[in-house]
Design a protein around this ligand. Structure first.
Ligand SMILES: [Zn+2]
Length: 292
């Protein structure tokens, strides 16, 4: 190997002749994931500006102009007597006691923070990517789960478990069972699309009126004077509906549940729910023939 005669060689170096121009960090791979570089764009500028006075020993940016070793975290120092700028590793700057000031120390700290953040981000992304691959394999080995995840994705719990699967790479047998149960419910819903949607709650307006509505449910209620059949009636109004609770008109003959009935009654809204109310003293009750 040829003996170096330049002023930057390990035997000739005089740290007091140099001034720090730039602190930089090179891009690196962390678990296969590239992390961003720090100040490398300014090296490109310096190289264009200085030509042969930039890194005259080793043209490679990642090779130390003092010792020749490659590095990731480096600095550009200007040799004041010749105007030559050398790129060296930060470890070499310390090793050869280059005289760094507060500004250089601060720049190094910022570079280190930036690099650490980049590495942490890279590791996080690498882990996320590994989990995604694991999740994909997990689903591939469970074809039934795959079908359940697809059919059940409209359900928020299934969506939540899917997110967990992607994050962790697998889910527990209990979670698989739950997804299966919810997916079945979603499939059933799709198989019965004619189920009417719940009507929009409507306000109760009238006090004494004729009511036409469908009996949603019935209940036998015991009281001091005997037993009454109470009914819950859904009354459509203005595209929505309200619900009323009261005693079944005695003139109605036969089962009422699911039937549409009409009667006159006094109506009162519930104190805390204006979409729900009570009717009393029903008269003139009849069944309404439903349009099939
Ligand atoms: Zn070095």
């Amino acid at each position: 190997m040829a003996t170096r005669t330049d002023p930057h060689s390990p035997s000739a170096i005089r740290p007091e002749d140099y001034r720090c121009v730039l602190v930089f960090g090179l891009a690196r791979l962390v678990d296969g994931w590239p992390t961003p570089s720090y100040n490398v764009d300014r090296i490109v500028e310096l190289r264009a500006q200085l030509g042969r006075k930039f890194s005259p020993i080793h043209s490679a940016t990642n090779q130390c102009d003092i010792c020749g070793a490659s590095f990731l975290d480096g600095e550009v120092w200007k040799h004041e007597p010749t105007g030559e700028h050398i790129t060296i590793g930060t470890t070499c700057a310390d090793k050869y006691n280059f005289l760094s000031n507060e500004d250089v120390q601060r720049e190094r700290r910022e570079r280190n923070l930036f690099v650490q953040h980049g590495i942490a981000t890279g590791k996080y992304r690498a882990e996320r990517r590994a989990s995604k691959i694991a999740a994909r394999n997990f689903v591939r080995e469970n074809p039934a789960l795959r079908a359940d995840l697809i059919d059940g994705k409209g359900h928020h719990i299934v969506a939540d478990i899917t997110a967990k699967l992607i994050k962790w790479g697998s889910i527990s047998p209990r979670q698989i069972d739950l997804v299966h149960k919810l997916a079945n419910e979603e499939r059933e819903k799709k198989a019965n699309p004619e189920l009417p949607p719940a009507p929009i709650p409507a306000d109760i307006v009238d006090v004494r009126t004729t009511i036409t509505g469908r009996v949603l449910g019935t209940k036998l209620v015991d009281h001091d004077f005997g037993t009454s059949l109470k009914i819950l009636v859904e009354v459509p109004v203005n595209g929505g509906a309200f619900k009323l609770w009261g005693t079944c008109p005695s003139s109605l003959d036969g089962p009422v549940r699911g039937k549409t009935i009409r009667f006159a009654a006094r109506v009162q809204a519930s104190r805390d729910d204006k979409h729900f109310g009570f009717f009393s003293r029903p008269t003139k009750a009849s069944f309404v023939e439903e349009v099939a």
